[in-house]
Design a protein around this ligand. Structure first.
Ligand code: GDP
Ligand code: ZN
Length: 401
């Protein structure tokens, strides 16, 4: 049987975001929003609204650009005018008449927006759409938005118009063929599930998930499931390693119910993605948390041939206890390639405080003399398997350009 590839792909979008991770609190922007200079495209001669939107999103997707360099996405000849608009990326009170909501799914032209009471089909205001193209996607699953409900008509058929999108934090991306695709924004936590037995824990895989999560500004929570089968304590030893490092950890059993309350606490009121190889108990755990919950947790391996577009999209599922879980069908590769090699050390928490003591400022901690990481490894302060994970990632072909 071929080995099953790891299933989650969390990719980093903005370098400066993960550089600042952990060291400084997230920047707060002014309450009133900030002024952004935007360039508008000339209206197209053909209307073709739906197509236009998808194509522009796709086009933007193919270019890895930062928001502040967004003009690269737009061909120069297409630019007709500039205008300053206000971008709201805070909890601002500037739109008291608008409802707040979270985008659960994209269905063609409509975004399904949950305002906590019901789900509204919403279109996106054209002005907003134009600006956000520079940020790759006008609206994505997970976006926190403000929208206006159309007046008139009866409640059941009313629609909304999204007027503002909050600044995104952390993007979950996946690779489909040669393209990468943003699947969810604003994911707070990655619940990295492994099992004490059947299958045995794979620490290197856990480490990859942790690095990808941290680099994507998503907090990893390492969950050891099937503790009821952990007769020799090997699962406990693995999870202790992460607890000792200061990571959030859980010990659970979907069978005995152990640790489920803690899992509920972690899931409550935040958006989480559940990651982990097939068979570790992801679906079982979620079914204990919320019976009847059917989640496509991403261990479906899609046989997408190169370049073919996959139609499956992620969505958010609201939990009865509060919070959302990401439903990600067919998310298959765990791709670290967008993270520069020399940034990996920042996501191994036990390395962070030691790297300053390496003799060479650009020490890779692999072959250099007077390396503080290797010295700590020899003193038994760094776990050999953690160090191995680092070396594997660092030396992986295609990683880190
Ligand atoms: P997924 O592929 O990660 O979603 O894993 P599943 O939820 O489908 O679980 C795989 C198998 O492990 C099923 O046969 C479950 O009954 C079993 N399983 C899940 N959680 C536990 C657990 O905590 N303890 C034990 N003993 N079995 C479990
Ligand atoms: Zn070093």
């Amino acid at each position: 049987m071929p080995t099953v590839p790891p299933v989650l792909d969390i990719r980093v979008v903005r370098l400066e975001e993960y550089r600042s991770m952990g060291s400084s609190p997230r920047k707060r922007s002014s309450k009133a929003g900030k002024k952004v200079r935007v360039r508008f495209r000339r209206n197209r001669s053909k209307p073709g609204r739906v197509k236009d939107w998808t194509r522009q999103a796709r086009q933007a997707d193919d270019h890895e650009v930062d928001a502040d360099r967004s003009e690269r996405v737009v061909a120069k000849g297409d630019l007709s005018r500039q205008r300053t608009i206000i971008v709201h990326d805070d909890e601002g009170e500037s739109h008291p008449d608008l409802r707040r909501g979270t985008v659960l799914a994209m269905r063609g032209l409509y975004a399904e927006v949950d305002d906590g009471e019901r789900v509204w089909p919403c279109t996106v205001r054209r002005l907003l759409r134009t600006r956000l193209i520079g940020e790759k996607h006008p609206v994505t699953v997970g976006d926190r938005v403000r929208f206006r409900v159309e007046t008139g008509g009866d409640e059941a058929t009313q629609k909304g118009v999204i007027e503002a999108v909050d600044k995104r934090r952390g993007l979950l991306r996946r690779r489909t063929g040669r393209r990468t695709q943003t699947i969810v924004a604003n994911v707070d936590r990655a619940i990295i599930v492994s099992s004490a037995r059947e299958p045995l824990p794979k620490p290197h895989l856990i480490d990859r998930y942790i690095v990808a999560s941290l680099a994507g500004d998503v907090t990893p929570v390492i969950c050891m499931n099937k503790v009821d089968l952990d007769h020799d304590g090997s699962g406990a030893a693995v999870i202790k390693r992460y607890t000792d490092l200061g990571h959030l950890t859980l010990r659970t059993s979907a069978i005995t119910g152990e640790g489920i309350d803690s899992l509920r606490e972690v899931l409550k009121d935040s958006a989480s993605v559940i990651a982990g190889q097939s068979g570790v108990g992801k679906s079982s755990l979620l079914n204990v948390v919320q019976p009847g919950l059917k989640l496509r947790v991403g261990d479906i391996i899609e046989q997408t041939s190169k370049g073919r577009h996959t139609t499956s999209t992620a969505s958010l599922i609201r939990l009865e206890l509060g919070g959302y879980v990401v439903d990600t069908p067919g998310v298959r590769s765990f791709d670290l390639s967008i993270i520069p090699r020399n940034e990996f050390e920042a996501y191994f928490v036990e390395f962070v405080d030691r790297v300053a003591d390496c003799k060479f400022p650009d020490c890779t901690h692999i072959h250099e003399a007077d390396c503080a990481i290797k010295a700590a490894l020899e003193r038994g302060e760094i776990h050999p398997e953690r160090y191995e994970s680092y070396v594997h990632m660092f030396e992986e072909p295609g990683v880190g350009k």
